[in-house]
Design a protein around this ligand. Structure first.
Ligand code: SF4
Ligand code: SF4
Length: 332
């Protein structure tokens, strides 16, 4: 009887812990996200893109002039790490991507560059263009987001019939990097529904047949429901976060969207239809105005007034360390 009671208590404690979680603090990374394209070629069930794409005015390729101003501003604001990861969109959809990558890599103040792609347009031609980029040692990682290791699961998660192309493309990239003895990290993340069991070795076998040594595989099983925009019953969701009294570490990041808008955070959950609570200006503004709006959002958070998009966000993590280190040091 005592043992049964103990099991009951343990089960209740586990359920309570699962129902709301308190994530571990994380150090701010100071990443500047530069969204070269807000146009995507997939329709993932866990993403707000299919809804955002209904507003055709939102779909844009970043122009050369917006990119030049973006690079100038992000450096003035103290950012040194550049991620060409669109919040929603696909980097290779912008035909000017090699030129924009080259400009960032050639800039002596930029320390490293990385990006996420769904791999659909990671064609032989685009792999060759990556290999021709200047200062390739500053390209730290290529992150590839895939929907499982088979055609049906991929279609279920990404909404398009592109598994064969993605498998061929990622394998070709790994082989090209291995042949040239390069050390750029290839991080392959499989997003899967709760009905599927998958090990990182399955991802390795499917997408890294060349055995590239710098390949990393990860399985992502938990999603943010984006305030109710994502409701797929085959997805497993992150539990809500109870205590958000500390600032989120992602407020230290900044995002430049394809239309010239500037936002705090760069995470996929940070932009929702009709919610501009993290927008802090545009590329027409001066760096001082952007810094002022960053600090305004931070001080309002400290007073308990969170941006609406952050209030419901489940990927929130408290910032580790001193609040003064949340934003980059602009004097570097
Ligand atoms: S998750 Fe990425 S690849 Fe999928 S629809 Fe959204 S933007 Fe496109
Ligand atoms: S709470 Fe969510 S949306 Fe807000 S800054 Fe953190 S990750 Fe971004």
């Amino acid at each position: 009887m005592q043992l049964l009671l103990w099991f009951d208590r343990l089960r209740d404690a586990i359920r309570a812990a699962r129902a709301s979680r308190q994530p571990r603090p994380q150090s701010p990374r100071h990443v500047a996200y530069v969204e070269l394209s807000s146009i995507c070629n997939a329709a993932c069930v866990f993403c707000s893109y299919p809804i955002l794409a209904q507003d055709s005015d939102r779909l844009k390729q970043m122009s050369g002039s917006v990119f030049a101003r973006t690079l100038e501003l992000l450096l003035q604001l103290g950012y040194r790490q550049c991620s060409f990861t669109p919040t929603t969109g696909e980097v290779f959809a912008n035909p000017q991507w090699p030129d924009f990558f080259a400009q960032a890599l050639q800039n002596e103040k930029i320390e490293s560059v990385y990006f996420y792609s769904n791999g659909i347009l990671l064609t032989e031609k685009n792999i060759a263009r990556i290999l021709e980029l200047p200062n390739l040692h500053k390209l730290a990682a290529v992150h590839l987001s895939v929907g499982g290791t088979d055609k049906a699961t991929y279609h279920r998660m990404f909404g398009v019939d592109k598994f064969a192309a993605v498998q061929r493309n990622i394998n070709a990239l790994c082989k090209a990097l291995a042949d040239r003895q390069l050390t750029i990290k290839v991080c392959c993340e499989a997003r899967i529904p709760k009905t599927i069991k998958l090990a990182t070795t399955d991802i390795e076998r499917t997408f890294n047949m060349a055995g590239y040594r710098h390949f990393r595989a990860e399985v992502l099983r938990f999603f943010d429901p984006l305030g109710g925009l994502v409701t797929d019953k085959e997805l497993r969701y992150l539990p809500p976060v109870r205590d958000k009294s500390k600032l989120c570490y992602r407020l230290g990041d900044i995002r430049f969207d394809a239309r010239g808008g500037i936002w705090m955070c760069g995470c996929v959950v940070s932009e929702r239809p009709g919610d501009t609570s993290l927008r802090i200006g545009s590329t027409d503004d001066q760096a001082e105005d952007i810094m002022l709006r960053q600090t305004e959002i931070i001080s309002r958070w400290r007073q308990g007034h969170l941006p609406t998009v952050c209030a419901g966000c489940r990927v929130y993590k408290p910032a580790a360390g001193n609040d003064h280190d949340l934003l980059p040091d602009v004097h570097r």
